[in-house]
Design a protein around this ligand. Structure first.
Ligand SMILES: [Zn+2]
Length: 92
């Protein structure tokens, strides 16, 4: 399922976890939220805004990330070691 809520071009958005240890910048070319029906996304209850790797920049917190994988192990589900929030992930 995909929801397009707003259109903008090349907007830089800052994001991160709850405690502030992890911060990132992402270039959003299209505001499109995707609801994934896989097992982990259903548990998290999140919507995805997918961007190409070159539009994502981790600003701080590399050392504070932990990674959960399952099944094929290709998707990297990152979360903050301190607060547990999953601010981003790297999809299959
Ligand atoms: Zn945190």
């Amino acid at each position: 399922m995909s929801l397009v809520t707003e259109h903008a071009s090349n907007t830089n958005i800052l994001g991160g976890c709850h405690c502030g240890a992890i911060r990132f910048r992402v270039k959003v070319r299209k505001y499109e939220a995707i609801a994934c029906n896989c097992s982990i996304c259903q548990k998290k209850g999140i919507l995805h805004l997918i961007v190409p790797p070159e539009d994502f920049e981790l600003l701080k917190g590399e050392d504070n990330l932990s990674t959960y994988t399952f099944n094929t192990g290709i998707a990297k589900h990152h979360f903050c070691k301190t607060c547990g929030i999953h601010p981003f992930y790297r999809p299959r």
